[in-house]
Every structure is written in C-alpha cells, then in structure tokens.
Design a protein around this ligand. Sequence first.
Ligand SMILES: [Zn+2]
Length: 444
Amino acid sequence: MQIDFKLIKDRENEFKNFHISNSKHFIISSSECGNGFLMPVLYEDLDQSWTKLENMEENEKSILEETAEVKKTSLPKVSIVVGSSWLEQCDRIPKVENRTSMTLSLIKSYGLLNDVTPIPARKATREELQTFHSQDYLEFCDKTTNNDDLEKLEIHSEHNFGIEYDCPLIPDIMNMIQWIAGGSLVAAEALNSKQCEVAINWGGGWHHAQRDEAAGFCYVNDIVLAIQQLRQVYDRVLYIDLDVHHGDGVENAFNFSPKVFTFSMHKQCAGYFPGTGKITDVGQGKGRFYTLNFPLKDGVTDDTYAYIFENLLSEIIYSFKPDAIVLQCGADSLSNDPLGGFNLTPCGIAKCISKVMQFSRPTLVLGGGGYNLANASRFWTYLTGIIVRGVELSSDIPDSDLFFDQYGPSFELSILPGRRPNLNSAEEVNDHLEEAFRNLEEIP
Ligand SMILES: [Zn+2]
C-alpha cells in the first residue's frame, strides 16, 4: 500500500480530533497526550468519526480505513506473570515491600486481567540460577535458609557478597531469588513457545545484580537469566533499560557479546549510583559497539526523552536487527521518585514503549526500580493498559482496589511532571546522539 502522507497531513486540520503521523505502522492517533508522537488508536472515537470522513475523497478514506485495520488486528497477544507464592516473595524485596501486590491488584481492578493470559510463575532451579550467578554467591544465599541467627552469619562471614546496606541480610534469600528469577524465566518461556507476543513480569527487572554480588536492591539478575533463556530460540536480543539508573549488571553480563545489544538511558552525575554507563562505554571485544549508553542529567522531560529514544531505537533496530526485545521499565525515572531526578510522566514513557511495540518483535516487559510505590503501581498499570488495549485507562483509581488508600490524595492514575528544571541542553543531547549514531554505524 502506498500512503501519501502529504495528502493526509493536508486534511489533518479539518478533523480536529485526529493527529495523523507518518509512521510505517499506525497512522492515526486521537490522544491528548501526543503531539506528533504515536499513540494507539482509540477505536470508539474512530468508529464515531468515520461519519466525519464522508466528504473525503474515496482514495483518502480507503487509506485511513486500511491503516486503522492494520492497527485493529495488531494489538499483541499478551501474557502476564501471576502466582501467590511468587507474589509473596516479590513483596519481600526490601525498599519495595508489597509493590508487586499493589501493581497486580490495580491491574486486576481495571479489569485488565480479563484481556491477558496468566502465566503461573515457578521457582527457578539452582542450576538455572547458576547459569549466571556464581556458586559462592548462591552458597551464601543458601546460608540464610532456615537460619534463625542471621546476626551470627553477618558477623562471621569473611565475604558478604554485597548483601548489606540496600541489599540487607534477610531470611530465606535463596527462596526469594528463586521465585523472582522464576517469574522472568516463565515469561521468557512463554515467548519461546510462541504462547504470546508480549510477556509482562512486573515482579522482575533487577538489573544491578552481578554474577557474584547483590547490588542496588537487586539480589538476583532475573534479566540476564531471561535473556539467556530467550537466546535458546531467538539469536539476537535487544535489551532496553529505561530505569533512571544504569543497567550495569546486564551490560556487564553481555559486554563481550555481539548477540545481545544493551541500550540504557539513565542519569549520570558524580556520586550517583552505580556511577557507570558513560557514552564512551560501548562494549568490548566481539561485543564492541553492541552497548549503547545514553547518560542524562536531572530534570529530563518527556519531549527530550522521547526525542532521544525514538531516534536511537530506529537506528538500533536497523543496525542490530533483533529477533526479540527485553524492556526494563524502571519506574524511578518518573517525576517525584525519591531516588530519581528525571521529570518524566507515564504518558511520555508510553510513547517510547509504543514505539518498541510497533516493531512487533517478541517482547519481554519487566519492572525494575520505583521507590514511590503508588506511582510505580500506577505507571505499570497504565503501561499494561497501553500494551493490552491500546488505550489510556480511565484516570479514576477504582475504589474497590485493595490498596485504594495508597493512591491519595489524588486517587488518580496520572502522574504529572514536577517543577524540576531540565539540565540537559539541546547541544549536549545532540552531541551525544551524534556520537551514538557514529558508534551504531560500526555494527557490521
Ligand atoms: Zn533504578
């Protein structure tokens, strides 16, 4: 089908409810959230609005009908990880206690569980954990099982494998990490068996855990394990990390690999955790140029972020040609996160995620950071709505929700930008983009 975008653009002003953009895939958006970016079609509006198109010439109309048809049939088949034991263990993660329950509850309250296939989580086996984590680290985690004297373990251990400070020594770590990892493994398996096109695990996304060390609230790197699992079926995997922190654990795991491309957009400034992820860090050995880091400063806005993301993603997909995508959606990049510093909204990040969805690769969607727990739950519920239904959910939090009280005082789903100034200059952003494009050209 040949689409004359100029023709459509010329008529755009006549139909105030529509913004028509020249994407290869989806053409029409009626979102108040978008200003030239793509958002999914609102079908109800579309149906009502066909009558407004009566006066259009037949060829223009058929173009719009055809493109709407493409979108109507293109909502992905989505699965989501669930399970009571899994939920119980995800809820134990220090600093984000009960966050996974809050999220799944809100998703249920919006009726979204009716539109997805549940994937029951399972425990990862010891052997599966060992495909990435060291035996020594796992043995240390084992020592917390049925141990009623953790203090003694703390005092007498020569090496604590990062289990301290933000990864405190808590009971039964091994059981907890087996369930957390198992959640992402079953999601990857669902994609491998083609049971779904998008698999969501809001209990996963623990990108800082290293082979032999816990770090930054992450006791297990479920992402690395899931990517390894996906690679049994999909040769080239693109990992995208939208958390405010650099995805160091995943990058390190695949630093030398040309089969896994890691792309992280994150805050970087002196003293900010984990301190890695410079624009010049591009991977090593055979993996050189298969890593892309885009460091940012405080206050980045939706428009700046989406501009960078959209430009880079298209180039990465073109150069790397991934067979599957893993998307970490850390909620700490939202405005008002206590550990963040960015000024993003769910609406802005959803533009990026809609862009990923357009490439129609098998996609694993994961959570991650997010220390305003109610906002993380809001964000991931909103994203689930966008992915599953292609529409924005109603902004009123259903008052039947188990955690309704946590969403006050607004009791709304939306999260607004704050007043934080954007410290990212256009010049610096464009310099970084140019450097990133030069590096992407090096991919054979
Ligand atoms: Zn984070």
